[in-house]
Write a protein that binds this ligand. Structure first.
Ligand code: NAD
Length: 375
């Protein structure tokens, strides 16, 4: 297939900007056979009309059903809050559209399972915006693991650290509203690092954890105080099917940390370390090197040979956060033209959600919980 594909995007704030930029950049920098056409954008507020004008969308609406009914929309791009993903994705798939859905895929694994079933029935492309898989340094980590450079994995440890809700005066916005977000840092932050663990370390079989609500009551944006029902912080241990063990920490109370997404993997022959705050680097330790020159190697992931980097700037001119979305949008445009799937698919979204459900249960019960199987 060549030509253009109409994008219908739902949600027009943080991710709405990131995705609009991504579709544009992907079409230009990657020159895929199918180029994105910014057909229609939807949000709840009439401010969406001004957004459409400024960001170059042909049409705008406040009713997401109009996006799905538009015959010139081929890809429905969901970047609205978590409680909207299920209904919009299923309606879009049933209308024969491809669907790119923000993370977490759903509010819980029951919803995610229905979304997977709808995706399979439709035969259309489906992907989840776990954009960190497309950080070139993380894609390189996966390549090194596949090349056998660290051997069998023993440990995966990951942190996702933020601090934006520490002030009790921060209102109870949708991310802290259980009815809209489903959970707190579990769906929001653990979802990313659990997906990275699925991508890099293997299948998690069981989990045990603790979580905390540090500020128990907040002001609603529309006025009035409400009890906070979602967790501000969560820490869990896990056991992998391949025998590895791991631990994960996600919090919005890590004073001074804005978007600290960090992992380390220790394997039989070596280790890998990544920190999003220095996202062009991948650290690699190779214990098979002669002892006298052993040490952590800081790889600057900006050479043409590195994942995605031949599409961007010359070595040394680093890329950033926005490019992870552009890299994924490009993969979608190529895959659609070639009739191929784009990981992470809805199946991957469900696998992640099953771990998140187990983490929530483990934190609530204080017990080890087995992760249910996707099939
Ligand atoms: N991949 C990432 O790194 C990443 C980062 C941030 C957010 N997210 C995810 O993206 C999604 C959106 O988050 P955000 O930060 O952009 O939120 P946001 O609050 O900035 O924007 C939400 C948008 O959705 C619109 N919206 C809400 N309900 C709607 C409805 N019923 N119909 C149509 N539009 C509706 C709002 O009008 C708004 O434009 C969430 O699922 C979130 O978890 C992912």
């Amino acid at each position: 297939m060549t030509g253009t594909v109409g994008i219908g995007m739902i949600g027009a704030r943080f991710m709405g900007k990131a995705h609009t930029n991504a579709w544009r950049q992907a079409s230009i920098f990657f020159d895929p056979p199918l180029k994105a056409r910014l057909r229609v954008v939807c949000a709840r507020s009439p401010r969406v009309h001004e957004f459409a004008r400024r960001w170059g969308w042909e049409k705008s609406t406040t009713d997401w059903r109009e996006v799905i009914e538009d015959p010139e929309v081929h890809i429905v791009d969901i970047c609205s809050p978590n409680n909207t993903h299920h209904d919009i994705a299923i309606a879009a798939l049933e209308a024969g559209k491809a669907v790119c859905c923000e993370k977490p895929l759903a509010m819980n694994s029951e919803e995610a399972r229905r979304m997977v079933e709808a995706a399979r029935r439709s035969g259309k492309l489906h992907t989840v915006w776990f954009n960190y898989r497309r950080v070139p340094a993380i894609a390189l980590a996966r390549q090194l693991i596949e090349e056998g450079r660290i051997g069998r994995v023993y440990h995966f440890r990951a942190l996702y650290l933020q601090d934006w809700t520490m002030d009790p005066a921060v209102p109870l916005v949708w991310r802290m509203d259980k009815q809209v977000a489903g959970s707190g840092v579990t769906g929001d932050l653990h979802s990313h690092i659990v997906d990275l663990s699925n991508y890099l370390a293997g299948e998690i079989e069981s989990v045990a954890g603790v979580s905390r609500i540090f500020v128990s009551e907040r002001e609603r944006p529309e006025g009035g105080r409400a009890r906070v029902e979602i967790e501000d912080a969560s820490v869990f241990l896990c056991q992998y099917a391949n025998g590895a063990i791991g631990h994960f920490e996600a919090t919005r109370f890590a004073n001074g940390r804005k978007n600290g997404n960090i992992f380390e993997i220790n394997g039989e022959y070596g280790s890998l370390y990544f920190n999003l705050e220095d996202m062009s680097r991948l650290w690699y330790f190779d214990s098979r090197e002669p002892k006298h020159i052993q040490g952590w190697k800081r790889i600057s992931v900006w050479e043409e040979v590195h994942p995605y980097m031949n599409r961007w700037w010359v070595p040394g001119c680093a890329i950033g956060y926005e490019h992870t979305f552009a890299n994924q949008a490009a993969d979608v445009l190529f895959a659609l033209a070639e009739g191929k799937p784009v990981p992470p698919t809805f199946e991957d979204g469900l696998k992640c959600q099953l771990v998140l459900d187990a983490v929530l249960e483990a934190c609530q019960t204080g017990q080890w919980v087995k992760v249910k199987k996707a099939e």
